[in-house]
Design a protein around this ligand. Structure first.
Ligand SMILES: C[S@@+](CC[C@H](N)C(=O)[O-])C[C@H]1O[C@@H](n2cnc3c(N)ncnc32)[C@H](O)[C@@H]1O
Length: 213
């Protein structure tokens, strides 16, 4: 998956032009910065920084992380409204990004986590956050499979798509489509009771919770 996204970094932003997604994107462009207003945000798998730019309108600072330097290099070229640091960091190894963030954001990342690794990933994310931090996770709904059908399901229930780059190289990419109850269950211990909110759009879902403590 990392190789696939590295290869796609120069043309990644084409996904933001898909006509059928425009209404949902406008909704997210309002909801995401609002949920992270006045927060020092740790962004996971930031890619080329489309959402870094949006969040910067309301956040106090952002640490935008990704494994693909090719993608992160595009972030500083965007008009950023708050201080933004970019860091090459593996979402499964967040030890070096520091702690005490009051917000966290991950878009189109959760769907790539194998089901068996979800709980560990949330534990590692929460270790970087301050008590009461706002967490926003956004990902594709199953409507995305109209463009990229599921090619295979493994024994653990993870689903996979075949993706072809402009150069004609094919990658098999793990891509899961969780329902609200799966997300709520995995953060139940850590979230402040009653704080979680799941919104299902046509092309994306939006999940918010506040960390307890
Ligand atoms: C679908 S893109 C999402 C980019 C951006 N968040 C967005 O919504 O447009 C997935 C991103 O995950 C990054 N990625 C893949 N494996 C990763 C890992 N282990 N740790 C951090 N980022 C990773 C890729 O480089 C890519 O930028």
């Amino acid at each position: 998956m990392r190789a696939y996204y590295r290869e796609r970094a120069p043309v990644y932003d084409r996904v933001y032009a898909y006509p059928e997604r425009q209404d949902d994107l406008r909704w997210l462009e309002a909801a995401i910065p609002a949920a992270l207003a006045d927060r020092a945000v740790l962004e996971i798998a930031a890619g080329t920084g489309y959402w870094t730019q949006c969040i910067s309108l309301r956040a106090t600072s952002i640490c935008a992380t990704d494994t693909a330097l090719e993608a992160l290099r595009q972030v500083p070229a965007r008009p950023l409204a708050c201080p933004v640091e970019t860091r090459v960091a593996d979402a499964y190894g967040l030890n070096d990004v520091g702690g005490g963030f009051s917000g966290a954001f991950a878009r189109l990342w959760f769907s790539h986590i194998p089901i068996a690794r979800r709980a560990d990933w949330f534990r590692a994310l929460h270790a970087c956050l301050a008590p009461g931090a706002s967490v926003v996770i956004v990902d594709n709904s199953a409507a995305q499979c109209r463009r990229l059908p599921i090619a295979r399901t493994d024994q653990a229930g993870n689903t996979y798509q075949l993706r072809e780059t402009d150069a004609g190289k094919e990658y098999e990419v793990l891509k899961n489509f969780p329902v609200a109850s799966e997300l709520e269950a995995v953060v139940r211990q850590a979230a402040r009771p009653g704080s979680s909110r799941f919104v299902e759009l046509e092309h994306y879902w939006f999940f918010y919770y506040a960390l307890g403590g």
